[in-house]
Structure formats: structure tokens, C-alpha cells
Design a protein. Sequence first.
Length: 244
Amino acid sequence: MESQGNKTAQHPDAPARRLAEIRRRIAAAEARSGRSPGSTRLVAVCKTFPAGSVLDLRRAGQRHFGENRVQEAVAKAGDLSGEDIQWHLVGHLQRNKVRAAAGMFSWIHTVDSIVLARHLSTAAVANQRIIKILIQVEMTGEEGRSGVAPAQLPELLEGAGRLPGLESRGLMVLPPWLDETEEMRPYFRRLRKLAEQAEARGLLAANFDLSMGMSRDFEIAIEEGATLVRVGTALFGLRAPVSR
Ligand SMILES: *Cc1c(COP(=O)(O)O)cnc(C)c1O
């Protein structure tokens, strides 16, 4: 990756230039995989970056922003309440944060249990909102990783799909960190397969969404069918290490 965090401070138009560059790479990946232009939505993951950084990109035309912690997101969204922004939760959602999350996020990428889906549904209805949800799938079988196992996916889709206040939009994957980005491709391919199987069973709409791909590998994800790419570092620069 050629971008570096400190360039943002040096050049006032750096955020806009980075955004243009990512958009160009998205369009190129769409073109070489025969996808229609504009079929990939860019979610700018702004975790750890201040509201001012979000505003820079908003002014450059970016509208979808992602956060992985509810509290940080609520504070930032409060600072940006006058802006036309759609917020995406891309991190794990704890039960005690569901109410706060339901009040601000348009998209939640990390639903991984029917219990969580039910709580979210109740909170969405109470807020008179429809929240778009994605089911996070966990493919490694390793202990301690968020997501539903592929074998349990149909049941969860069926249950979540019936809940009021939620619109079941598709699937999300966060593969383990692998040194070679090409090694991520099988995870993306498998997520698409799972979504196609769910669609064939009537558990997802034909225009389902696939949330996959980050700064390092979003082009590979687009080649494999991503409709939502979650890009942080390549847009905002390197994050300071967080100790929480
Ligand atoms: C932080 C984060 C991203 C963005 O990661 P980058 O490598 O900075 O692009 C994407 N998805 C999730 C779930 C994240 O937590």
C-alpha cells in the first residue's frame, strides 16, 4: 500500500485524492470482472479518526461510513448530525449496545445469532426504523471468532428474515489475516456461494449484498462479487494503535 497516514495533515486535498484513487480502483476491478459500473458500494471505515476526517470525505462526495464500536460511532454521528451520512456497523455488536446501535446505524454487517437479531428487531421497531442487516459468516471454525457457521446460516437467515424492522440484505465475512492477499480469495468465493445457495432456497433476495474486502484486498473481493467493500486505512491513513 503506497498511502501513508501523515500525508493527510500535509496536503489539505489528500482525502479527496485518496477517495478518487480508491474509486478508480473499484471501477477498474468492476470492469475487469465484467460487473456493472457502480455495483460496488464503498464503505469508508473511519474508526479512530475524528469527525473532521469524516467531513473531509463527505465533502468529497462519500456518503457511507463504517464504525466498529457503537460508543465511538454515537459520539461521531452526534458531531455530524447535520450531514447526509449512512452509518454502517462493521464490528461485533454486544447486546447492551443494541438500543444505541438501532438509533443510528442504517446497516449492521455483523448479525450472527437469532437472539441478537431479535433484540435488534425490537429496537428497530421501537425507533420506527428499518435497519438493513447482513449475517456475518465464520468459516475457519476457530475458537473466539465472531460469525455464524455455514451450517447454521440457513436457519439464521430464515429466522432473521421474518423479523419486523429488519431488512435481510446478505452476508459478510471477515477472513483471518493472511500474508498473501490472494489467499483471501477462497473466503470471498465461498461467501458468494453461500449467498447463492441461500438465494436458491428463497432465503435471500436475488439482489443480495456481499460485504467483503478491506484496504488490502478489496479488488479481489470485487472480482468475487463484493457489493460492499469496507475500506479504512487506504482512505484515512494508518490508525494509531488503540488500547481499550
Ligand atoms: C477496521 C475494519 C475494516 C477496515 O480495515 P482496513 O484494513 O483499514 O481497510 C474493515 N472491516 C472491519 C470489520 C474492520 O473492523
